[in-house]
Ligand binder design. Structure first.
Ligand code: KE4
Length: 427
């Protein structure tokens, strides 16, 4: 019998490019037919055939309290009953702004937007407007959304001037982006020595989660902060994924690094379109209507999305929330690693707060190049075997995974047992 997922996918491809509204959902990296979900509750999702999966994607991070948490759904229903949008200020936007500035010490002012892409795109424009400079620095393997200047890969030149990583991005724009190696403090120092006074901003994922999970080296974080300060460049921490995911104070609190600007999304929207950027008051006051840097949005601060975010951020402030979340993630990574090693499989894993990385490799990768040397074919085989067993991992070897407060110890143990059965027959 044809899967209803397949029927939906076949039909969707007639109307939506690739049948999906975001490329990673198409399973191109892992192969096979993408799942069409019809329901989520707690740690679980159900596909179009009614099959249940333990979910380790969580809508790519937002579902930190699990799917359809009653407090979040209730807040959304209450807000929706009072209005779906006004295009005008609301008290709930003020409540969200005050909360973000209270939770994240680097936030003196904040502006709400509707996606992580909007947040990072605007943070870059703001840094350029504030400094009067044009060059930006990013790191290979880090993803910051799909604005032109950030869809750039390392160039061939010594200065690694960027080249477009997507068609449609003019070479002239890509050339303004320098792409360096993540965790390479020496390379960052060389780039600043050569072009430091041209650099408007450095944007970085403080924990890289878009090339699988790669943690920052202390000297890399230190170099980011010291060099940006030394040369007057704006340090933008892209915490769209790590914000409220690795700790209540994000990665900036977890690693004690103070950005000039920070971008947020995912968890702060609770699954609905709410994101933000913010930071130093002197920079944020360059924004219209106060200053000359323009940014706007019809749905910015949408009251229903903000309600979902406020309810989620209330839940993550509960005593012990992040301790329990990190315990679930550690239980998963340690259990999978022990199982794979019992069966002689080159596998390792790590977690930071509530996000984790799984690698078919003998050692945990610390750079883009090391991630690329992991066994992608083995990951894809594991992905599909786990999917068949009712476990939904991120459909790419180059994505991080996520646990939620809804995942119980028993859920994790069941996931490990399913992996163990797969590893038993691995050879
Ligand atoms: P959005 O525009 O997708 O809301 O956010 C872009 C973005 C910015 N910064 C970071 C660190 C991000 O991880 C993202 C988006 N993350 C991907 C998952 N790796 C979203 C999933 C997708 O593209 O469908």
């Amino acid at each position: 019998m044809t899967s209803h997922n397949q029927e939906l996918f076949d039909a969707s491809q007639r109307f939506i490019p690739g049948g999906v509204n975001s490329p990673v959902r198409a399973f191109r990296s892992v192969g096979g037919t993408p799942l069409f979900f019809q329901k989520g509750l707690g740690a679980y999702v159900w596909d179009a055939d009614g099959k249940r999966y333990t979910d380790y994607v969580g809508s790519w991070g937002p579902m930190i309290a699990g799917h359809c948490h009653p407090d979040v759904v209730g807040a959304v229903q209450t807000a929706a009953a009072n209005g779906l949008g006004f295009g005008a200020p609301t008290a709930s936007e003020l409540e969200m702004a005050e909360l973000l500035c209270r939770l994240l010490p680097s936030l003196e002012m904040v502006r709400l937007v509707s996606s992580g892409t909007e947040a990072t795109m605007t943070a870059i424009r703001l840094a350029r407007g504030f400094t009067g400079r044009s060059r930006i620095v990013k790191f290979e393997g880090c993803y910051h959304g799909h604005s032109d200047g950030l869809l750039v890969k390392a160039g061939s030149g010594a200065l690694t001037f960027g080249q477009p990583s997507s068609s449609g991005v003019p070479a002239e724009i890509a050339a303004l982006t320098t792409v360096l190696d993540y965790n390479d403090a020496a390379g960052l120092e060389r780039a600043f020595a050569q072009t430091g006074h041209e650099i408007a901003a450095v944007i970085v994922e403080p924990v890289a989660g878009n090339m699988n999970l790669v943690t920052p080296k202390p000297e890399f974080l230190a170099a980011l902060r010291s060099l940006c300060t030394q040369y007057g460049a704006v340090l933008i921490l892209d915490e769209v994924m790590t914000g409220f995911r690795v700790s209540l104070q994000g990665a900036q609190g977890y690693y004690d690094i103070k950005p000039d600007l920070v971008t947020l999304g995912k968890v702060m929207g609770g699954g609905l379109p709410a994101a933000a950027f913010g930071g130093r008051r002197d920079i944020m006051q360059c924004l219209a209507p106060l200053g000359a840097v323009y940014q706007a949005g019809t749905l910015s601060g949408n009251p229903v999305a903000v309600a979902a975010g406020l309810a989620t951020l209330k839940l993550v402030q509960e005593d012990g929330f992040y301790q329990r979340l990190a315990q679930r993630a550690t239980q998963l990574t340690e259990g999978l690693t022990a199982s794979a090693h019992r069966h002689g499989i080159a596998f390792c894993a790590q977690s930071v707060g509530g996000m984790f990385g799984l690698y078919f490799s003998k050692t945990v990768p610390a750079s883009y190049a090391e991630v690329m040397s992991c066994d992608k074919v083995a990951f894809n085989r594991f992905f599909h075997a786990m999917l068949d067993a009712g476990v939904y991992l991120a459909p790419s070897a180059f994505e991080a995974g996520f646990v939620s407060s809804a995942h119980t110890e028993a859920d994790i143990d069941e996931t490990i047992a399913k992996a163990d059965a797969i590893f038993l027959g691995w050879k």
